[in-house]
Design a protein around this ligand. Structure first.
Ligand code: HAM
Length: 409
């Protein structure tokens, strides 16, 4: 029979990686919860319409990267490609606007995008993300960015760069889109065909192009940052000032483009030199119109998401030491007595393991050492030969007295 493997662009999380992830998640959870963020987890699939409306019809994600399917009842569902639209959907659904603002939420979830797989780019991947809703205070923008910088720093993500920009209000943005589209049309013959085709659909993506002709045209293109209204420019100046006070370094990048349509005002991306072509570790921004677009009351919001696999790649995965083993229970004939000892030890809170692979006595001792066990107990009926594997000392104890002896140690 042929061997089956996991689908292309997916991966299995095996115990060793699971322990690295657990460490990463623990650190993020502690930091975020102490900053007032509460965990939210939404379903793995949603109505397709949520992403069409939330993420934007014109985005690559909605146009070609969604795993959508009919649920058998004529409804189109989609495996979530991102978390912001679902969290905003939940915010509206549960009337969270009635909670004291800002409502601070975080998630550690898997997402699905039908992208071309390569190093650091998968079809199912995990994100650590936060969303803070109900306040447009620039200090909230700064808070979220500082938290992200802290988390990436503590996790040892190397060569990090923060690029920062502002998109202004939707009105500024759509006026700017028109201006940019007109500029692109006027220079259409120098643009790459794919960029030319997308002038009307998404002119901003032209800043993303690697094509030399397009890059030349874009160097002279009008910049959104120069078109911001006074209130938006002031908001952005305040965010920059606060980041400076927190000691977070950043570069202003007026060409920063992100592949989601909901962004307004502050926009940012963290990249890492330690990654290859897929250098984006984390990205986010403000989305002051999204909740309303999903049927809720006008509600400002800001958030980010960091790719967990990319964090692990960029921090050079340091597998944590395996959990310590207190006791290894060995036996030759007394399987039932050994099993009783095992369950009693676990009941008493010890990390205990028992021989289950039919090893010889010598093999059992070797296995105990391999696991880094502190004690090796050879159970022979009512008597136990106990060896302290740290110093090699041995003693014989009554089986009934074994746990007291171990707990005392
Ligand atoms: P995003 O930039 O699409 O933003 O994704 C955030 C991060 O997820 C990326 O920086 C990257 O680390 C990781 N990522 C994305 N796609 C893949 C993939 N195919 N394979 C591996 N990792 C990937 C968002 O998703 C927004 N929802 C972020 C946000 C939250 N904005 C506001 N709030």
């Amino acid at each position: 029979m042929s061997k089956l493997t996991a689908p292309r662009g997916t991966f299995d999380i095996l115990p060793e990686q699971a322990s690295v992830r657990a460490g990463l998640e623990r650190l993020a959870r502690e930091l975020l919860e102490s900053a007032g963020y509460g965990r939210i987890e939404t379903p793995s699939f949603e109505a397709t319409e949520l992403f069409a409306r939330g993420v934007g019809e014109a985005t690559d994600i909605v146009q070609k990267e969604m795993y959508s399917f009919d649920d058998g009842g004529g409804r189109s569902l989609t495996l979530r490609p991102e978390g912001t639209a679902p969290v905003c959907r939940a915010y509206v659904q549960y009337g969270m606007h009635k909670l004291p603002a800002p409502v601070r939420l975080y998630y550690i979830s898997s997402f699905f995008r039908a992208e071309r797989p390569q190093a650091g780019r998968y079809r199912q991947f995990w994100q650590l993300g936060i969303e803070a809703l109900g306040s447009d205070d620039p200090a909230l923008d700064a808070e979220t960015i500082v938290l992200l910088a802290t988390i990436l720093g503590r996790l040892g993500v190397g060569g990090v760069r923060l690029r920062l920009s502002s998109l202004g209000s939707p009105a500024t943005r759509s006026a700017y889109r028109e201006e940019l589209a007109a500029y692109l049309r006027a220079n259409a013959e120098r643009l790459a065909p794919v960029v030319r085709e997308r002038i009307e659909l998404n002119p901003l993506r032209a800043f993303d192009s690697d094509d030399p002709g397009t890059r030349e045209v874009m160097a002279g293109a009008p910049r959104l940052l120069e078109r911001l209204e006074a209130a938006d420019a002031e908001h952005f100046a305040c965010v920059r000032d606060l980041l400076g006070r927190a000691g977070v370094e950043y570069e202003i990048d007026p060409t920063l483009v992100r592949g989601l349509d909901y962004y307004t005002r502050t926009l940012f991306e963290f990249t890492s030199d330690a990654l290859g072509a897929q250098s984006g570790v984390a990205g986010g921004g403000r989305y002051d119109g999204l909740v309303e677009q999903l049927g809720g009351p006008p509600t400002p919001g800001i958030g980010w998401a960091a790719g967990i696999e990319r964090i692990m790649l960029a921090s050079g995965e340091h597998p944590l030491a395996a959990a310590p083993v207190d006791l290894y229970v060995a036996f030759e004939a007394a399987r039932a007595d050994a099993f009783e000892t095992l369950t009693a030890a676990r009941e008493a809170g010890l990390a205990a393991q028992m021989e289950l692979a039919g090893r010889s006595l010598k093999g059992q001792l070797r296995q105990a050492e391999r696991l880094g066990a502190r004690f090796f107990a050879l159970v022979e009926g009512e008597s136990v030969l106990l060896r302290d594997l740290r110093d090699g000392t041995e003693e014989t104890v009554e089986r009934g007295a074994l746990l007291d002896r171990l707990v005392a140690a």
